[in-house]
Design a protein around this ligand. Structure first.
Ligand code: ADP
Ligand code: ZN
Length: 226
């Protein structure tokens, strides 16, 4: 199954994506995580991406599209994948169509993860992220067991630089201008499903799984793991 997670920054795409990935046994491809790991590895790509990310802007399409194209072609994506943070504008969406058409593949479901601006700003102001595995924590609702140490991998957990209030405002603006039009783009194709994510992480992942079930052809959802 091939899934796109759509939603504003901080709406909870990552928290919804991780459990889906383990239940469906397909990888999550997060362009933001790929950029961040390149920033910590001090690669040329990381250096380029950092400037845009710190300003709350999109990294140029050419770079982003070729990263996704290479990643999708890897063998662990053969059974499917979950795209988190891509596509983020209509150009990236048409490029994704082009890439998938070449391989005779298609997107099965676009999961639109919805949260109000007010809740997004609240959540991002208390968010902490593991710099090694990307797991999210929250000082208010889901703290680490040991201060600053990731429960999953022992990595360092800290505030993301682009979660500073000024940058969050800019990221939301970028979302409304460039990414939100994709909601209609995919709704018109009949593959959009929206979940309200103003709930616990467990409830959000239940809602997501339900949307996945509804998108599966009948013969696949009736029995088996799902
Ligand atoms: P969030 O969804 O919370 O904003 P991400 O980790 O998905 O966080 O993205 C962080 C930043 O990485 C974005 O603000 C943007 O600068 C860059 N980025 C991520 N995905 C893309 C993309 N598909 N195209 C361009 N830039 C991207
Ligand atoms: Zn970790």
């Amino acid at each position: 199954m091939r899934i796109i997670l759509l939603g504003a920054p901080g709406a909870g795409k990552g928290s919804v994506g991780r459990p889906l990935s383990s239940q469906l046994e397909i990888p999550v491809i997060s362009t933001g995580d790929i950029f961040r790991s390149n920033i910590s590895g001090r690669t040329k790509l990381g250096l380029t991406a950092k400037g845009y990310m710190d300003r709350g802007e999109l990294v140029p399409d050419g770079l982003t599209v070729s990263i996704v194209e290479d990643r999708i072609a890897q063998s662990d994506c053969a059974k499917g994948f979950i795209l988190d943070g891509f596509p983020r504008n209509t150009f990236q969406a048409s490029e994704l169509d082009r890439i998938l058409e070449k391989a005779n593949l298609k997107i099965d479901l676009v999961l639109n993860v919805h949260l109000s601006d007010e809740r997004i700003i609240q959540r991002l102001s208390s968010r902490m992220v593991c710099s090694s595995c990307g797991e999210s924590y929250n000082r208010m609702s889901k703290d680490t067991s040991m201060p600053g140490i990731c429960d999953l991998c022992g990595g360092r957990v800290s505030v993301r630089e682009d979660d500073a209030p000024e940058t969050v405002r800019k990221r939301l603006e970028t979302y409304y201008l460039q990414t939100m039009p994709l909601i209609d783009f995919y709704r018109e194709r009949g593959i959009l499903s929206t979940i309200d994510n103003d709930c616990t992480i467990e409830e959000g992942s239940k809602r997501a799984l339900e949307a996945v079930r509804n998108a599966l052809p009948d013969h696949m959802s009736g029995h088996g793991r799902l």
